[in-house]
Design a protein. Sequence first.
Length: 251
Amino acid sequence: MRKPVIAGNWKMYKLLGEAVETALALKPLVANSTHCDVVIAPVFTALKTVADRLEGSNIKVAAQDCAVQNEFGAQTGEVAPVMIRDAGCSHVIIGHSERRQFFGETNESVNKKTKAALSAGLAVIVCVGESLSERESGNAESVVKSQLFGGLAGLTVSDLERIIIAYEPVWAIGTGKTATPEQAQEMHGFIRRVLAETHGAEAADSMRILYGGSVKPDNIASLMNNEDVDGALVGGASLEAGSFSRIVNYK
Ligand code: PGA
């Protein structure tokens, strides 16, 4: 059985005070949510404080990106995975479509970052997903497949134990246009078949594949109802403790 993961991606929102406030408001609301792993991803500057304030709770803290290496060095503006771990995080999101679109993230850099994050002891949420034009031209599967091949290149079956895939169709992110449960299931099933091809059926069967893109309290249950949907990566609806907790407690 795969334990679901519900992760909140706060993107570039919330000053420190508000980040702590939201995290502390969330804590009691999900304290009994043992059916899934709960993760929140605040901005870098709030990671340490939020992680400290959540210590001993069942909420895990993730960064939204990391550097390609753990070695300290002349890399102005970068944050090494080992530093993210040092700040109290257990997870990192890598390859979000906003980073691919606006900050030059490539499958190759996703792969390097993922390897560095794994060696720092972090679990990695690797994001994949096609754009609207890629879907409309019938290339959704081949795009996602090459993101998986590139992003996970060289990873072993045991590395995969700390990898979570987030399928986030770009056209569904922040648009209010969720993939239908059928569209999500179709792509999640495809992703699992690709993983079975690259790493074997057993590894593929135990991987968690999250859906992301306009997940809300009122559509989470129908998404989670699908065999290959093992959780969600939530943007907008994770910013408020009440709505995020309703997503966590979708059952
Ligand atoms: P959204 O964002 O839920 O606001 O669509 C999802 C994401 O970007 O991870």
